[in-house]
Design a protein around this ligand. Sequence first.
Ligand code: ATP
Length: 472
Amino acid sequence: MGSKKETQKPATKRIAVIPGDGIGQEVIPQAVKVIQASGAPVEMVEFDWGADRYLRDGITVPPDGFAMLSREFDAILVGAFGDPRIKTNIHAKEILLGMRFKMDLYANVRPVRLLDAALCPLKGVEPKDVDFVVVRENTEGVYTDAGGVFKQGTPDEIATQEDINTRKGVERIIRYAFEYCRSHTKLDGSPRNKVLMCDKSNAMTHAGGLWQRVFKEVRSEYPQITPQHMYVDALCMQMVRDPRQFDVVVTNNMFGDIITDLAAGLQGGLGMAASGNIHPGKTSMFEPVHGSAPPIAGKNVANPFGAILTAAMMLRHLRFTKEADKIETAVLEAVRRKMSTQDVGGSLGTRETGDFVARAVSQLSLQTAAKFKAYVGDPDFHDGAIVQVRRESHELVVEIEGYSGAHYSVRFSGVKSVKSHRPEGMVLYALSEMEDEAPSRSFHFANSRQPDEEGGDSVLEITAQNCSVERR
Ligand code: ATP
């Protein structure tokens, strides 16, 4: 169990950056600054697609634009589109919806995480209580713009808006949600194990029926995952009443749009929420959940955390895990210290908040972590078993019962990620440090037993900034 060092330098990835309109032009430069501070090996190329360009030369997306993005870039970082000068919003539709539809970015993944209890408008809700993800279908539904207007301007005017649901589209998004659930843990390391489908199949019977049938089929392929269902109206109420119950939510394009604004409210507002528009294996696009917010644009007041957390999500997608960890750690620190914009309790401007996070990320990069000493002092500990893993405020606590019956609390602070596979009852061999690279270190509880009966080792691996052991 030695330290694992990277011997190969990761290949540089190319990122297209499209700040767009309104506050997109203010928050995206902060995200870019933070990515640079993280030291991620990326090359960023900026594009001026958006309202100003459209008003200047009538071009929304240059010819070959989407094909060029797919061909030449590994990911796309986008701000927002929407400008009061363009009433039809044609440029936003062609750029943003065009990218989602034409590049077939069918899974809109929107994590909902509360970073600090102070940001949640609900009483008694802790960060551990809000940790779910909404998987929104991104290429169909009512956003296809199918429909029309008849007898416009007369008292008999008729408008139709079609809700397009294809078998292929519904099946792949539901399967994506189950796969996501299967392969991701919660922040506290517990496995994700529930997929809830949200629809309105009692009223929208045709589309709802298709979703219901496909959900039933796909869920049977994942017997270890608990399938759940809620009508969208009930879900809105439950999200406010008890957000703890949600794990992975899968839904259509419109309901996903609506419930993630509500979910953003649980996280501290639209300025905090990140998202990815993903097609596995293809160039994917990452954007904060908020729009261009014209009323606050140009005032240096927009919250850049949503954009910065989106950048972290993109780096994680590109497998720059350490850089993503550093950025999330720095944002957490900024939130807790209120080094933020006013909407989340601080008094800084957009740029100054970005500067703080970028500085914190650089410091994390420079820090040489004090080496954590494996807990070797007590053989009793090494023959003990893990009895509980729990969150306590900002710490993760692993309770261990030693061979002699003595109890140990191993406390981790600055926890970035936890990988676990049935840690409870696992017999310890050692607690040791796997890597010593700043800012986070991985601590590994090794199992002294042979792989368990299902063929997997019990594993508990925690990436955190610090760790202490207390014998009681
Ligand atoms: P879209 O339809 O493009 O999603 P929208 O008009 O529904 O956009 P936003 O543009 O996201 O909504 O903004 C709505 C309001 O939320 C803004 O006017 C602003 O008050 C607030 N808001 C959104 N994003 C931020 C942010 N990053 N920081 C602070 N406030 C924000």
